[in-house]
Design a protein around this ligand. Structure first.
Ligand code: AMP
Length: 478
């Protein structure tokens, strides 16, 4: 019966997960620094947020020079032979996983704008998703503004800023402020222009963005603190929802709110803690690892089970399984081995090849599994394809009982604020309200999801977006 699941798993394309989002990074110094190495380190630290493409813009002697391409960060940098051309005093960069705009090369960031002589004068990187970008783009195009991307909400932000800059000599600050009145959705953005760097965040602070310092006058902006750590800087704090920070060659730093405080409402994506961010990152000064470990402890309290071993699905399920093991006393063993070179995205091979690659990404240590009662924990169940596949692998390896635990509540809604989730019809928990049905589909002895109450308890406040678990989003879709 178990083996009959195999063709079902393959037919349902279990490699086709929902997509990750992007990473942004920037460093500003009034003096020349090794921007080439710094951006390489920063983007490498943020590789997990996007593996499709990457790019950067350097400010060198007043000129903005950009370089971008498909591929992983280290491969991309290895191909650059003239690295000394990219030494300047400021740099911004991006790692991409498309949530809007498709995978075309034209959509790789940074996006930059030129003056009438073709010289780059402004460059931006963006993480998030606008809900009204299509309408804005139509309006701008009808006024003769040209776009280079097929469809990218990030380019909409750039063109709006440029439009406002061209109107009555607005400053960069003013142009950004006007832009944020027009755009709606999730955005964390870094802009390079006029020997200044501006970083700003939407009024809900949905996607993360923090800042730190390399020394007393060199500032770092990063999606996650692991980016700041990678260049040897120290983390100062996260940008507030709706906040803009500008640094410039006068070594000054200016903080401002782009909208009145009463119109800002912190709603950080809770999935950042659950899956996206690296466990060594802090978001709002809270360690991501700690939240994941606590979710495992809560999972045991919620529904204790007798078992011989706890396994975490590498990588993001591992801290929760350590927490579960702590709370239950059941030993944790890293006996599901991940091929660490596979990354989060994988170029999908043809169907016949997929059929051969069940254990390519994760392979169990057979002797440790045979005859054992197993608790297996993953950070989330989206379509259910990963979990079905893992159960298949464990059953085949001779597991006696399998108790599946999800370290997050059932996902019942897609995300349109920066994560390319599948549509409702593909979400296993949307289709099956009765947990027993999911247990049957996954072929497990028991299944438990972290409850909403426990997730809120662990995160410790109401300042989060739980849209994919509740269907209530901080920004309505247009
Ligand atoms: P699924 O196989 O569709 O049920 O997806 C759940 C699996 O996808 C879990 O192993 C998660 O670690 C992983 N996952 C969760 N969010 C994402 C994401 N945004 N991109 C890629 N994988 C994810």
């Amino acid at each position: 019966m178990i083996y009959q699941l195999y063709p079902y798993i393959l037919k349902n394309n279990y490699f086709d997960k929902f997509h990750d989002e992007c990473g942004i990074f920037g460093i500003y110094s009034p003096y020349k620094v090794d921007t080439f190495s710094l951006i390489q380190f920063g983007l490498f630290a943020l590789q997990h947020r996007g593996q499709e493409a990457c790019g950067f813009s350097v400010l060198r002697d007043g000129f903005i020079i950009s370089h971008k391409s498909e591929g992983l960060v280290l491969d991309f940098f290895r191909k650059i032979s003239n690295s000394e051309c990219y030494h300047g005093n400021a740099v911004i960069g991006h790692t991409r996983y498309s949530t809007e705009g498709g995978q075309s090369k034209k959509n790789i960031q940074p996006f930059f704008g030129e003056d009438s002589y073709g010289k780059s004068i402004i460059s931006i990187v963006h993480n998030g998703n606008l809900v009204n970008a299509k309408n804005i783009r139509k309006k701008l195009e009808s006024k003769g503004i040209n776009f280079i991307s097929e469809y990218s909400d990030s380019e909409v932000i750039l063109r709006l800023i440029q439009k406002y800059l061209s109107e009555s000599n607005n400053s960069l600050e003013k142009a950004i402020q006007k832009t944020t009145i027009d755009i709606k959705g999730a955005y964390s953005v870094i802009v390079l222009m006029d020997n200044k760097m501006a970083a700003f965040r939407d009024p809900n602070g949905i996607r993360p963005l923090c800042y730190g310092m390399l020394n007393e006058y060199t500032y770092i902006f990063s999606s996650e603190t692991c980016g700041i750590d990678s260049v040897g800087g120290f983390y100062v704090r996260d940008l507030l929802p709706g906040e803009m920070i500008i640094v410039d060659q006068k070594k000054s730093i200016q903080f401002s709110l782009l909208t009145e405080k009463k119109n800002t409402k912190k709603r950080i994506c809770s999935f950042e803690y659950i899956y996206f961010s690296r466990p060594d990152s802090l978001i709002e000064n809270i360690n991501v690892y700690e939240i994941r470990e606590k979710s495992g402890e809560k999972l045991y309290e919620q529904h204790p089970v007798e078992a011989d071993v706890v396994i975490g699905v590498p990588d993001s399920g591992v801290p929760a399984s350590i927490g579960y093991s702590k709370a239950s006393g059941i030993p944790f063993k890293p006996i599901l081995v991940k091929n660490k070179y596979i990354g989060r995205s994988f170029i999908l091979p043809k169907q016949e090849m997929r059929e051969k690659m069940v254990n390519l990404k994760l392979n169990p240590i057979l002797d440790e599994i045979k005859g054992k009662r197993i608790v297996i924990i993953d950070d989330s169940i989206v379509r259910g394809t990963t979990s079905r596949r893992l159960v298949y692998i464990l059953r085949k390896a001779g597991a006696k009982e399998i108790h599946f635990r999800s370290a997050s509540p059932p996902i019942i809604g897609p995300c349109y604020l920066g994560v390319n989730t599948p549509s409702k019809k593909d979400l296993i928990s949307y289709n099956h309200i009765d947990k027993k049905n999911i247990e049957r589909i996954l072929n497990v002895d028991s299944l438990e999801f972290l409850s909403m109450k426990n997730l809120i308890d662990i995160l410790g406040s109401i300042h989060y977006c739980f849209g994919c678990f509740t269907g209530n989003y901080p920004v309505q879709k247009n």
